[in-house]
Design a protein around this ligand. Structure first.
Ligand code: ADP
Ligand code: NI
Length: 219
């Protein structure tokens, strides 16, 4: 099967799965990550098909929407790719990327799988978690979970473990300090870092304005 056909079939599969997804983790998130990944891939020496398929399949069964089960996504992707004519090595690489892409797993201090392709897809996903879109996604998720926007009496938790991060029910503003503002320094690729810097600055100025408005600071 030609790469183009494999990608088209994967797009249709993912669109169908994500029909009812929360607004920050829907098909349009995947489309943005796919575009980001293609852009980053141009500047890195990577297998473009593995990058494209991993970007498209990386959130088909996010564990936070599946009672914490981290195995459904990789299994679903593996079953789907096995139904296409794709070599076993490429399938295994895509599955490894999906297993290792998430932020919460990066909080665990253990040896993890790594590859240039993983680095590109992870950066592509992280770029969509910051900047204007990142802010929109965070508040959408907070609303979905009925969280407060901000509560000055609940300070952000720094250096969270994976379990603490997963179980947090803190206000959405805390998520900026617990994840979003940490991403810039975790970027893997030079091109990704450059894009992240602009989005990071935008979040900092957003937060400044947020506090001014919150505190009635009118000057
Ligand atoms: P990963 O999938 O990389 O492990 P998460 O699942 O923690 O990362 O987050 C993915 C996106 O979901 C975040 O970038 C953010 O938009 C949203 N999100 C997750 N947790 C929160 C939270 N506690 N508050 C607000 N948004 C959140
Ligand atoms: Ni994602």
């Amino acid at each position: 099967m030609k790469d183009e056909t494999l990608i088209q079939k994967t797009i249709s599969f993912v669109q169908e799965i994500l029909k009812e997804a929360e607004g920050g983790h829907d098909w349009f998130h995947i489309q943005r990550v796919f575009l980001n990944a293609q852009y980053l891939a141009k500047h890195e020496n990577v297998n473009g098909l593995v990058v494209s398929l991993s970007a498209l399949l990386h959130d088909i069964a996010d564990s936070k929407f599946n009672n914490g089960d981290e195995t459904i996504g990789p299994k679903t992707a593996s079953d789907f790719l096995s139904s296409l004519e794709l070599d076993q090595k490429a399938i295994e690489h895509v599955v490894k990327i999906i297993e290792n892409i998430s932020f919460k797993n990066s909080l665990e201090k253990k040896e993890r799988f790594n590859s240039k392709e993983l680095q590109v897809v992870q950066d592509a996903d992280r770029l969509d978690a910051i900047g204007a879109i990142g802010i929109a996604r965070a508040f959408n998720y907070g609303g979905f979970k009925n969280r407060a926007l901000y509560n000055p009496e609940i300070p952000p938790a720094v250096n969270q473990t994976k379990e603490e991060y997963k179980n947090s029910e803190a206000p959405t503003l805390n998520h900026f300090y617990e994840k979003l503002l940490l991403l810039k320094n975790k970027m893997n690729t030079k091109t990704g870092l450059k894009l992240a810097e602009k989005r990071h600055q935008f979040m900092l100025s957003y937060l400044n304005q947020f506090y001014d408005e919150w505190n009635g600071d009118f000057e």
